[in-house]
Design a protein around this ligand. Sequence first.
Ligand code: PRP
Length: 283
Amino acid sequence: MIKIAVQKSGRLYEDSLKLLKDCGLSVEDGLDTLKAQVRNFDAEVLFLRNSDIPKYLEDGVADIAILGENVLIEKNVDIAVVEKLGFSKCRLSVAVPKGVPFNGPQDLNGKKIATSYPHSLQQYLNKHNVTASIHLISGSVEIAPNIGLADAICDLVSSGNTLFKNGLEEKEILLKSEAVLAANKKSLAEKSVLIEELAFRIRSVLKARKNKYILFNIPNDKVAEASQILPVLKSPTVLPLLEEGWSSMHSVINDEDFWTVLNKLEKCGAQGILVIPIEKMIV
Ligand code: PRP
């Protein structure tokens, strides 16, 4: 059996649980319990505090976890990143009150900086040969300059909304982060079958999320041209329509190329274009 750790609350909680469910794992939401048995996969889900997950993972309390890269870097643990998951993207940044001049890391010399990420901040300060005093706060870091607790902050930024609301400006990006699937190294060797099975399902779900299934009708003499437009997996499926001289073409397209492809297909003569989400994708 594998023990999978996820956040018990916080930004990654919903996306992590959704990912596991999309992978076909039947798991309860962990609102009333800190441990849930997966009914149809040899696994147990542990709902843990975000900052505790790296240590539990390193110690083997959990075999595998979904967590932010930023926490892994901060806790400096010896674990393996199995897969980047592409959600919960954010950055760890230094910010100062709006209007305060900032010309680079040297301006932090002798200053007080509030953060929940002392290790990552200290590394950044060392790299730039800056001596500053780090004030450790576990949450609501952005309020620190407003209440006279610090001159600057170092915290996670996603939309930038929290900085804006607190009159702060982002000045330096220390690192970029996203959710990852990480594993205890011993578990990775000893429970490789189950971990690889889960990683395989995750890859299939993530790939499906990035693609769409497209089908449309097109005159037969335009099939070859339309095939050139479609960034297909192998070759598009072409089926005859009952109406003489027309075909139905089916293919898979990348979400990012979607509007460009759609535009070109319309110009090529495609009609009745349908676009359908894909649930799983194994290629
Ligand atoms: C994080 C982070 C910032 C905020 C940034 O806090 O600490 O405060 O998100 O997001 P934004 O740029 O989109 O405004 P979170 O709400 O996750 O809770 P926390 O204070 O427990 O870290």
